[in-house]
Design a protein around this ligand. Structure first.
Ligand SMILES: [Zn+2]
Length: 417
């Protein structure tokens, strides 16, 4: 079987044929070049308007990288024609294997983008002996195509979340679709301001917003304001993940303060190395940690009392009826307000303030599993943290859409990976 036969099987182009195929001597890596030629008498297609036009002239030969085979690099060689188009002027013809000025064929770009879902961009570049930039361009192409072709109908529930990225207090706002049948990242915005989320609703459009039934978010004020203004009709839920995360943050604060106080008073540092004990659920502790927790519980420390308050609060989520959940919440808040532990009192205050939104959790019960937003949050953090080597917002955005957007892929691209 000839190589030409194989190429015609896997990648045939209408109006173009394969010409000479040769092994390139003296190349740095093993390389094959395959010439492409336009069919005799075929007229070139204008890249501006997609109409067949009269040929004008021919440009020098260009190389387009194709999917490598057996560790051998494969290039297509083609001298593009230019057309004399009455609408667009003198233009380069459209080539079905490549878009615009890219040096990679589209098939190869889809191939790289596919691998970039499983490996880091650096690993993909190494595995296929290409550059980080080529991987980036490929993923960017896949994301652009996917966003243009995704279906945004039937979105009933969204979750709004923020993640920190880069160092310092830099945030991204992420909006997910969290319907049972479709969960994906829909939108990314810079920062976490009123303006940010307004940007989402502007993009999402009034028509789709009207069809939203549920919105999950944390207690971040700018988000609450925008949601009330733009989607007042939807049931707004403060979700479990964010509330428990806030409680953990409060405990962390109490502990840090107390460690310092104890040290200043010259007490033994019973609380050092106890951070994870107090943040983990009891069922997740190791045996050694369990013993240490039992030790700690003998002391009437603020940290310990905060920890117990948090553990008690877990019960809240097990209620079935909003009424009884509300009663529990009120009691817990009263108790916490009397604890004289400031960070915990702050939490109780804000829970009281958002009582109706919290109880919406029970009204929407059964609609969402608790872990959706949390799962996305972890994956998003991992994506931005992983050594993708991106410094810019644009690259982070592309990486997040690629990893979490569940974006569609054209049919032809499936055949190569
Ligand atoms: Zn044209």
């Amino acid at each position: 079987m000839q190589l030409k036969t194989i190429l015609n099987r896997v990648q045939k182009f209408k109006s173009f044929v394969y010409g000479n195929i040769r092994w390139v001597e003296d190349a740095k890596a093993p390389t094959i070049e395959a010439e492409l030629r336009s069919r005799t008498n075929s007229r070139p297609v204008c890249s501006g308007c997609s109409h067949k036009r009269r040929g004008y002239d021919r440009l020098p030969m260009r190389r387009f990288e194709f999917v490598p085979m057996w560790g051998i690099k494969v290039f297509f060689l083609y001298a593009p024609r230019r057309v004399d188009c009455p609408t667009c002027g003198i233009r380069v013809e459209r080539m079905p294997w490549s878009e615009g000025k890219h040096r990679l064929t589209e098939t190869y770009a889809w191939f790289l983008a596919g691998w970039a879902k499983r490996l880091s961009w650096k690993e993909v570049a190494e595995a296929f002996r290409t550059t980080w930039d080529h991987v980036f361009c490929s993923v960017e192409m896949a994301v652009t195509w996917g966003k243009e072709h995704r279906d945004l109908s039937g979105i009933g529930a969204i979750g709004i979340d923020e993640i920190q990225w880069q160092r310092g207090h830099k945030y991204l706002t992420l909006v997910y679709q969290i319907d049972a049948e479709c969960r994906r990242l829909l939108w990314i915005g810079k920062k976490r301001k009123v303006k940010t989320l307004l940007g989402f609703f502007r993009w999402f459009g009034k028509e789709r917003t009207r069809k939203l039934d549920y919105i999950c978010s944390d207690m971040w004020k700018p988000y609450l304001r925008v949601i009330a203004k733009k989607a007042g009709h939807a049931i707004h839920i403060l979700d479990r993940f964010h509330i428990m995360a806030n409680l953990s943050k409060a405990i962390d604060k109490v502990r840090a303060q107390e460690v310092k106080e104890l040290k200043d008073k010259g007490y033994d540092a019973v609380l050092t190395k106890s951070r994870w004990l107090l943040l983990k659920r009891p069922e997740n502790l190791t045996e050694k940690q369990e013993t240490k927790l039992a030790d700690l519980l003998q002391y009437n420390l603020k940290s310990i009392r905060s920890y117990l308050l948090k553990e008690e609060f877990q019960l809240f989520w097990s209620y079935k009826s909003p009424y009884w959940a509300g009663r529990f919440l009120d009691k817990w808040c009263t108790k916490t307000m009397r604890s004289k532990i400031e960070p915990m009192k702050d939490i109780a205050r804000s829970l009281r303030q958002h009582r109706p939104l919290l109880l919406n959790w029970f009204r929407a019960k059964g609609q969402f599993s608790t872990g959706i937003v949390e799962g996305f949050n972890n994956k998003a953090k991992l994506t931005t943290r992983k050594a993708y080597g991106f410094k810019t917002y644009h690259a982070a955005e592309i990486a997040l859409y690629h990893a979490l957007g569940a974006l569609p892929v054209p049919k032809v691209a499936h055949e190569f990976f």
